[in-house]
Design a protein around this ligand. Structure first.
Ligand code: PLP
Length: 425
């Protein structure tokens, strides 16, 4: 689909008077529309809940908007639990889906009453060493079926190579042990493919998990409270990518539910999701300014953001569409590499990209960076993290996280280093 920025050049020229580039900006109206669509798609399931994957966009202002739709939070670390607690979530709205988990984090998750989703069978005794024999009433296990995960359009991902979850045999044993620890209600969780661009992914995963929980229930006599389909619903980063239809996805899951769980007498099981990318990616953008052009063996445009602000292109070779604001209708007559300033040659937001002719001072809008964008920022080369802004439904801009300053960057040194030369900016 054609990619349209949710801000115009005029708006950005206004914004930069108080918030210089580069900055992330999020579209409140878009986020809310999508929350409604997700809720509607799964409204057939009485207990349905989305647990937003906090790691995608760990900003409390964004999290609060999601919370208004009764969305919970999927956490994998202490900081994410603390954030969820800070925005007012109770335990039933926190899913703790961690792996390689430090003891103190299990302790905190348990204290907050979060639903603990165990990544491995050995974590049962690990957890007992932390919280004793008094296990929570409800617990979940993460499943890894191994092999490859395929849909009709081919291999989607390779669970057999992934570090997460338990084998099928371990899963049965884990539920047996948890049952013997007094756990009364159970969940299952699996994340088998990432950024899927097919309405088949959730339904196929759901069908497999529904069949599995029906079998486990029968063999072990335990009751399932939920099936957690986790994340992995993708977005169309490229204009030519297929676009996921959440209504069709919800309907596909419903059909599997009717096929498997209803006849098994499990029609009261809740379906949970933990989407990150699908909830936020399209509703965030990184806005950056062209500050240099360079003509050597290739044509380069240097911008004031770098991979430290947005790591996905450098890290995964990920495509992010770029619009030159104000030149939406112009012909893509030039071919550029769009680069940041890091002393790393992979610091390129685009390689051989056809774009309109760019002038110095033009604003580049990097699409679909609302998830796994800011949250992957780092400080290499002493680069500072940018601000996050929210475009409100009323058109007003609010700063929901300020940009880092050098003082933030140096804050972890003891004071003696800069005793004479405290840097302020
Ligand atoms: C990362 C993650 C998600 C979200 O994945 P998306 O691709 O953003 O949907 C959900 N659950 C778990 C356990 C994760 O690690």
């Amino acid at each position: 689909m054609e990619k349209k920025p949710f801000v115009t050049r005029d708006q950005v020229e206004e914004i930069v008077k108080s918030h210089p580039t580069p900055f992330y900006i999020y579209d409140e109206a878009g986020i809310r529309r999508n929350c409604e669509a997700v809720r509607k798609a799964f409204s057939w399931n009485k207990g349905y809940r989305e647990y937003f994957a906090v790691k995608a966009t760990p900003n409390p202002y964004i999290m609060k908007i999601l919370g208004e739709y009764d969305i919970g939070y999927d956490c994998s670390s202490e900081a994410e639990l603390v954030l969820s607690d800070a925005v007012g979530a109770d335990g039933s709205h926190m899913m703790f889906s961690s792996n390689d988990t430090p003891a103190c984090e299990y302790a905190l998750a348990n204290k907050l009453g979060a639903i603990i989703n165990l990544d491995d069978i050995t974590h049962i005794s690990f957890l007992e060493g932390i919280i004793g024999k008094d296990f929570p009433e409800i617990m979940s296990c993460r499943y890894n079926p191994g092999g490859v995960f395929t849909l009709s359009n081919g291999i989607m991902d390779n669970p057999g190579d992934a570090k997460y979850g338990m084998t099928r045999m371990q899963l049965f044993e884990a539920y047996r042990q948890l049952r013997d620890h007094g756990v009364r209600k159970f969940g299952i969780h699996a994340f088998l493919a990432s950024n899927t661009l097919s309405n088949e992914y959730y339904p196929k995963l759901a069908g497999q998990l529904f069949e599995l929980v029906a079998e486990i229930r029968e063999k072990l006599g335990i009751e399932f409270a939920f099936v957690n389909l986790s994340g992995g619903v993708g977005v169309d980063y490229k204009p030519e990518d297929p676009c996921n239809d959440i209504a069709a996805i919800g309907e596909g899951v419903r059909k599997e539910f009717e096929r498997v769980l209803v006849p098994a007498g499990m029609g009261d099981v809740a379906v949970y999701t933990e989407m990150g990318r699908f909830m936020l990616a399209p509703y965030g953008a990184l806005v950056t300014k062209a500050i240099h052009e360079k003509h050597i063996y290739k044509e380069y445009i240097g911008v004031d953001a770098c991979a430290a602000n947005l790591m996905r292109p450098a890290m995964y070779g990920a495509y992010h569409h770029i619009t030159v604001l104000g030149k939406e209708k112009a012909k893509n007559e030039c071919v550029y590499d769009v680069t940041g300033s890091l002393c790393e040659n992979n610091d390129k937001f685009a390689v051989d990209r056809q774009l309109p002719k760019i002038e110095m001072g033009d604003y580049l809008y990097i699409h679909d960076t609302g998830a796994h964008g800011y949250s992957l920022c780092y400080n290499y080369n002493g680069r500072l993290k940018s601000a996050e802004l929210l475009l409100g439904e009323d058109g007003r801009i609010s700063e929901i996280r300020r940009a880092e300053t050098l003082n933030d960057y140096f804050a972890t040194f003891d004071g003696t280093v800069f005793a004479d030369k405290l840097i302020s900016k």
